[in-house]
Design a protein around this ligand. Structure first.
Ligand SMILES: [Zn+2]
Length: 402
């Protein structure tokens, strides 16, 4: 099914979890009877390098051509910490060339410009994001990051002293090509900052909503380190932060010498991946019985937060018939229907109007308090909230025991 691993090109990628065929999580419907393109979502594991990855990714042009997503829409609470870490990097000066692969709308480079960095370049394939970045005055080239593009940039802009890539590597189906492009752009001794969702966290949470069609690679600290080592980057420090779930931030220095992988890391990754696989059917059954008990006495159950993660979780677990509707504060989503489940998306008031008993919260854990505070009337009438996004303190009790 998969000819080669995204990371090491080995052919031993074996299926781990088959979630079934599902529509693209960004594609909301205007009519619940509308036909949808679906694609199988199967998580696989590479026996050679330990990277967990999608077996059969959707061709990127299916969703990136008119990719409707800008970084600045989402609050990035960890950005000040990253900027501070960059300012403290030894040898990195304010005029040092800084390059960001997958710079989206340029907000991160603009944050560095505010701190006095003067030589900044972004690379981004999505037209909307490039337009937004240029409006911000951030120099941005529209292209995918390939070795040929990197050679052009290295000739015109120069190699960089700081290479940044945030929330990009999980989308890349050809990591060896990305690695080669990195080697072209990096000056020996250059610093590297790489940020990805933390699949190690998702495995223990457990969080199955993190598996969606755009994230073709699911990195742990071990596999992210392996990728960077293969580029020739010595990883000096890895930390975590919260941003739509837990993320990994790796810091390193480019030495130009590839570092050989450790075999023991693969065995450990394998054990964790198999445990995640074995928990999936138990998790799905426990979620259904939890909702069965909550629906007793005719209590209506609704969902708050019609995002990609909740869409995936509802479709993979087959929850649509158990939910009355979804609520979302984004006016563009209201009046539409969620992909796959075809749940109607309504404004917040619907929770009270429809006499909902339980509302499943599908918002980032750091935003839950704010959302709950806005629903005093729902709570006063006996409505309750329970979260479906780890690491919330409001996860139903079964979550920890499956
Ligand atoms: Zn591999």
């Amino acid at each position: 099914m998969k000819p080669r691993c995204d990371l090491c090109a080995d052919s031993r990628v074996t299926p781990l979890i088959e979630f079934g065929a599902h529509p693209i999580a960004h594609h909301f419907l205007t009519d619940p009877a509308q036909a949808e393109y679906t694609h199988p979502v199967t998580l696989g594991f590479c026996e050679a390098c330990g990277l967990t990855q999608l077996m059969d990714p959707i061709p990127p042009e299916k969703f990136y051509t008119d990719y409707n997503w800008l970084s600045s829409w989402k609050w990035n609470p960890h950005v000040p910490r990253l900027v501070e870490a960059i300012e403290q990097m030894p040898g990195l000066m304010k005029p040092s060339p800084v390059f960001e692969a997958g710079s989206n709308d340029g907000t991160f480079l603009a944050a560095l410009r505010e701190r006095g960095f003067t030589k900044l370049l972004g690379l981004e394939p999505a037209q909307d994001a490039v337009t937004a970045a240029r409006k911000l005055g951030v120099e941005t080239v529209r292209a995918y990051f390939t070795p040929a593009v990197a050679r052009e940039l290295a000739a015109s802009f120069g190699q960089c002293d700081l290479f940044i890539t945030r929330q990009v590597l999980e989308h890349v189906t050809n990591l060896p090509e990305f690695a080669e492009a990195m080697r072209v752009m990096l000056r020996p001794g250059a610093r590297v900052l790489a940020e990805v969702p933390d699949f190690g966290f998702n495995q223990t949470a457990p969080d199955y909503s993190a598996i969606w069609e755009e994230h073709v690679n699911h990195f742990t600290a071990e596999t992210l380190t392996r990728f960077l080592n293969d580029v020739g980057v010595e990883v000096t420090h890895v930390e975590t932060a919260m941003f739509s779930g837990q993320i990994l931030i790796a810091f390193g220095t480019y030495t130009g010498n590839r570092i050989a992988p450790k075999a023991a890391a693969v065995a450990e990754s394998r054990a964790k991946a198999l445990a995640y696989r074995d928990r999936w059917p138990k998790f799905r059954a426990a979620l259904h019985s939890y909702l069965d008990s909550e629906a007793k006495g005719g209590r209506k159950i609704a969902l708050y937060g019609a995002g990609c993660r909740s869409s995936c979780l509802i479709n993979y677990t087959g929850l649509s018939s158990r939910l009355a509707f979804a609520v979302d504060d984004q006016p563009e989503k209201q009046g539409r229907f969620m992909p796959g489940s075809r749940l109607a998306v309504r404004p917040s008031e619907a929770l009270v109007l429809e006499n909902v008993g339980l509302c499943l919260l599908a918002v980032n854990a750091e935003n839950e308090e704010k959302v709950i505070a806005r629903h005093a009337e729902f709570l006063r009438r006996g409505g309750r909230f329970a979260s479906i996004h780890p690491p919330s303190p409001r996860l139903p009790a079964f979550w920890k025991t499956v």
